[in-house]
Design a protein around this ligand. Structure first.
Ligand SMILES: Nc1ncnc2c1ncn2[C@@H]1O[C@H](COP(=O)(O)OP(=O)(O)OP(=O)(O)O)[C@@H](O)[C@H]1O
Length: 253
């Protein structure tokens, strides 16, 4: 689904990502940990193609197409969607209009989608203008639900979200990534897992999102380099006990 090879990215001439190699298969969800400023958001933005990031080396291939130099709208058309940590407010653009734009040619019932994330009363407000942290997250999820991307990039889905809203954001993130089917007599959990088509790349500091979604793998991004690959809950446990300083040892071994 996504294949990143030897990716080097600079911001205003300063190197931030230095030789990232990452593969995410169809239906796979990958968690990205890393200390502040290590380059996690830079990686997600570079995959989406937004912001002032310059790819100085390497490539990003999505579903067989080299998207390294494609504009963001073409990446979105190919099926990549992103929930930003701090999306911009846009004066004059109503939430309803943006949600409809996200759906592109597909017919969507905007009201019904909005109800799922308690955003009915926000549809006629300018997007993100004056929204609280939790409202911004719900609005981002609403846009993704309308877009139905095949690769979902989540930048810190927990940030600014209270416990109750976390349950909602978590449930909707799970629905986006894993669908809403439950095991029954003819569908086992394994069969359902094999049928998954949506992939995810999720940045988290707290790991709360892991209470809601099933992640296949975790990585730590340290100083612009990916330094480990393991079960995400095990990585989180190690980080809680030893902090990021152990990553230096892994990088130099
Ligand atoms: N527009 C910019 N101009 C200059 N430097 C930038 C710019 N955007 C990001 N950076 C720098 O790039 C580095 C990586 O930033 P990035 O936001 O990717 O880190 P992060 O791992 O997502 O951090 P956090 O966990 O704090 O969100 C940081 O040192 C940051 O200051």
């Amino acid at each position: 689904m996504l294949s990143i090879e030897n990716l080097h990215v600079s911001i205003n001439g300063a190197p931030v990502l230095q030789g990232i190699n990452l593969r995410i298969g169809k239906g796979e969800t990958v968690i990205l940990f890393g200390p502040n400023g290590s380059g996690k958001t830079t990686l997600l933005y570079t995959i989406m193609g937004i912001g002032n990031y310059t790819v100085t080396k390497g490539s990003i291939v999505y579903k067989g197409t080299d998207i390294t130099d494609l504009p963001p709208f073409e990446r979105a058309r190919l099926g990549i969607g992103m929930s930003m940590q701090r999306p911009p407010s846009i004066h004059g653009l109503k939430t309803r209009e943006l949600v409809t734009m996200c759906a592109a040619e597909r017919e969507v019932d905007v009201e019904k989608l909005a109800e799922k994330v308690n955003m009915q009363n926000f549809l006629d407000r300018d997007i993100n203008l004056g929204f609280s942290g939790g409202e911004i997250k719900r609005s981002e999820i609403l846009q993704l639900m309308a877009q139905k991307p095949e690769l979902v990039l989540f930048d810190e889905p927990e940030s600014g979200v209270d416990v109750e809203n976390m349950a909602l954001v978590g449930a909707m993130a799970r629905e986006l990534l894993e669908g809403s089917s439950e095991p029954d007599e003819s569908h086992s959990m394994i069969t359902l897992a094999k049928k998954r088509v949506t992939s995810g790349l999720i940045i988290t500091h707290t790991g709360y999102i892991l209470d809601y979604i099933t992640a296949d793998r975790g990585h730590v991004l340290y100083n612009g380099t990916l330094c480990c690959s393991d079960n995400p809950k095990r990585i989180l446990d190690h980080l809680h006990r030893f902090g990021y300083k152990e990553c230096i040892r892994c990088l130099t071994q």
